[in-house]
Design a protein around this ligand. Structure first.
Ligand code: SF4
Length: 236
């Protein structure tokens, strides 16, 4: 599988280039909260919700003192307000109770497995969110698996799994060094712009020659929106 991952990565880079990364990685707490907000919405809406919440308060400790419903008001542009505010509130309250402040810096010295174990203890925080903290904030060579990554890799035939969590586990066993960020980020872009859930634009796809998907759509699309804004590299 390693060689196939490398081949997919190169084909994606030919199409989209190497995605940029900020010099300073996002803070793990910021990243965690932004990832919770990003579920089932686009990056622009979740970025706005994140900014609404963060710009009102000096620290996450202050946000922790808000009620769940007050948090919900700030994040409504991201949708699923009740569910997301509950996950944020329960994470912040737990941190305050257990550690007296809100920081995930202690995770920097932990193994990937330990980081996943620590973060998935919280309600509303799954393996995908933990994977994003690992990749974007802790700069580990880990590829998080959301619905885009899950769909594309199963279509291409890199692996056959029945859930994003199972894809995450298989994919990240022995992932080729140093390419997780470009592989992940370019797959997200491919999923948004080309390999869409119901009607992929296969004629525009850099993976067409190696893709095993049986229902390829070989009709030329009328137009194609470019969507290169990546929330999780822009969280601050
Ligand atoms: S060829 Fe079509 S189905 Fe296969 S990855 Fe590309 S867009 Fe998706």
């Amino acid at each position: 599988m390693q060689n196939q991952i490398k081949q997919i990565n190169l084909l994606l880079i030919e199409k989209f280039n190497i995605p940029p990364r900020p010099e300073i990685p996002p803070d793990p707490v910021d990243l965690l909260i932004a990832t919770i907000l990003s579920q089932n919405t686009n990056d622009k809406n979740s970025y706005r919700a994140f900014q609404n919440l963060k710009s009102e308060y000096k620290s996450w400790e202050e946000v922790a003192r808000l009620s769940r419903s007050a948090i919900e008001k700030y994040i409504k542009t991201a949708g699923l307000g009740k569910q997301k505010s509950k996950a944020i509130k329960s994470f912040l309250s737990f941190m305050m109770e257990q550690k007296g402040s809100i920081s995930l810096d202690y995770l920097k010295k932990e193994s990937n497995e330990k980081v996943i174990e620590e973060l998935t203890r919280f309600n509303g925080i799954g393996v995908k969110t933990a994977g994003c903290v690992l990749l974007f904030s802790l700069r580990r060579n880990i590829c998080p698996v959301d619905t885009h990554v899950y769909r594309i890799l199963n279509r291409v035939g890199l692996l056959k799994t029945t859930s994003p969590a199972k894809t995450f586990e298989k994919l990240n066993t022995n992932f080729p060094e140093n390419i997780a960020h470009s592989f992940h980020t370019n797959l997200i872009r491919l999923g948004r712009e080309i390999c869409k859930p119901s009607k992929p634009h296969c004629l525009q796809c850099p993976l067409l020659e190696i893709c095993n998907y049986e229902n390829k759509n070989l009709i030329k699309p009328k137009s194609n929106k470019i969507n290169s804004f990546m929330l999780l590299d822009n969280v601050k």
